[in-house]
Unconditional design. Sequence first.
Length: 271
Amino acid sequence: MPRKRKLLAQLSALQNKSSIPPFDGLENLNVTPDRDSSPKSSKYFVVEKKNSSQLESDFFNQPCISLAKSLLGQILVRKLPDGRELRGRIVETEAYLGGEDEASHSKGGKQTQRNTAMFMKPGTLYVYQIYGIYFCVNISSQGEGAAVLLRSLEPLENLDVMRALRSASRKAPAKAPKDWQLCNGPSKLCQAFGIDKGFDQRDLAQDAAIWMVPGPEPPGEQDVVATARIGIGNRGEWAQKPLRFYLRGNKYVSVVDKKVEREMAAPSSSS
């Protein structure tokens, strides 16, 4: 009898063990080779963290102006090849509506090799180069050829790495930028996060090197300033349309519109 009980116990143990999925199987759950764990963390924790908090395709699938506002307060995450992660809170955006928007790269619905990403599914990155040197990053939204430009971030994590990336992107030696200067402009944030043309047409909801997670608390309507876009030149009425949005009182915003902020602060004239 003791021998029989021992055999039954061994059989029971084997059955229990077989009901547990092997750890090797977890490596195939939404993981790509570029998404390896850093030496300081478990790859299984990274997978769980991405699945539980990453902003999915549904978030980006909204009209351009709505997305430009909704992006404020969200966290952009950039994973470097060595495993380190850069994080920044979005504090300023601009909406480019396509179609009749004279300031948009897709005005008139014209699709080119350069702006293809603007016509791809919401959440696709559109990266273009200015002055033959700097890059700007946009996110496609609902609407034919519509996308949102990321103008400024509030740097949150690994600021020393951002500073080094900014310095490495400059041809001539320059004074190291202060924290508030690291990402307060569209090309600055691309430098600080190591974003170049290689990120064009990537999917924010699926990519292993760049994605978004929700911010701790969404800003209220009274916290968002709507004003004219910057640096779009002579585009008639479109130069004055309030399609730039930023977090009021945030020191990481590139350009503050004091006139609009005064108007927001003024008491309503209606009784």
